[in-house]
Design a protein around this ligand. Structure first.
Ligand code: TYD
Length: 145
C-alpha cells in the first residue's frame, strides 16, 4: 500500500524548535479530535483495528514507534521517530503500533469525534469489508487527495 507521510515545517532558532499543525494547510482534514498515547507498557501492541470512516494523522512528538499498516494488500511497517513527520492513517486501513520507546509520546489528530461504532476490531471482518468494496468512493477520495 502507499504510505503517505507529511513533512511538517520546523521553525527552529537558537531557542529551539516548533512545529505547527493547521487544518487544511498541512493537515488534510477538519481537526475534530486530538489524543495522545504515552507511558506505553514495554512490549505492548496497540491499535489492532481499522476505522470505517475516520481519517487521522499521527506524529511521534517524542521517541519512536513502529506502525504496521495494511489496506488489504498486505502489511507494511513504518518506523516513526521524527516530530516533524506526520503519518496519514486513512479509513479502511488496518493498523497496529508496537516497539514503543519508553519515552514515546504519539499524538494523533482525527477528523471525527471518538466513536466505538466506527472501529473494525476483527481482521477477518476488515478483509471481508475491503473485498466487498463496502466504501470504494471514500477510499478513492482519500487516495485522490
Ligand atoms: P483504544 O482505541 O483501545 O487505543 P489503541 O487503539 O491505541 O490501542 O483506546 C483505549 C481507550 O481509550 C479505550 O477505553 C477507548 C478510549 N478512547 C477514548 O475515550 N477516546 C479516544 O479518542 C480514543 C482514541 C480512545
Amino acid at each position: 500500500m502507499e504510505i503517505e507521510r507529511i513533512q511538517l515545517q520546523k521553525h527552529g532558532d537558537s531557542r529551539g524548535m516548533l512545529v505547527a499543525l493547521e487544518q487544511d494547510r498541512n493537515v488534510p482534514f477538519e481537526i475534530r479530535r486530538v489524543y495522545f498515547l504515552f507511558a506505553t507498557t514495554s512490549g505492548v501492541h496497540r491499535g489492532q483495528h481499522a476505522h470505517r470512516h475516520l481519517n487521522q494523522l499521527a506524529v511521534t512528538v517524542r521517541g519512536s514507534v513502529t506502525f504496521l499498516l495494511d489496506d488489504g494488500s498486505g502489511p507494511v511497517e513504518v518506523v516513526m521517530n521524527d516530530p516533524s513527520q506526520g503519518l496519514l492513517l486513512g479509513s479502511m486501513v488496518w493498523r497496529e503500533m508496537y516497539d514503543f520507546s519508553d519515552d514515546c509520546v504519539l499524538m494523533v489528530l482525527a477528523d471525527q469525534l471518538y466513536d466505538p461504532a466506527d472501529y473494525i476490531t476483527d481482521y477477518a471482518i476488515f478483509l471481508r469489508e475491503i473485498r466487498a468494496n463496502v466504501i470504494p468512493a471514500e477510499i478513492a477520495a482519500w487516495h485522490g487527495r
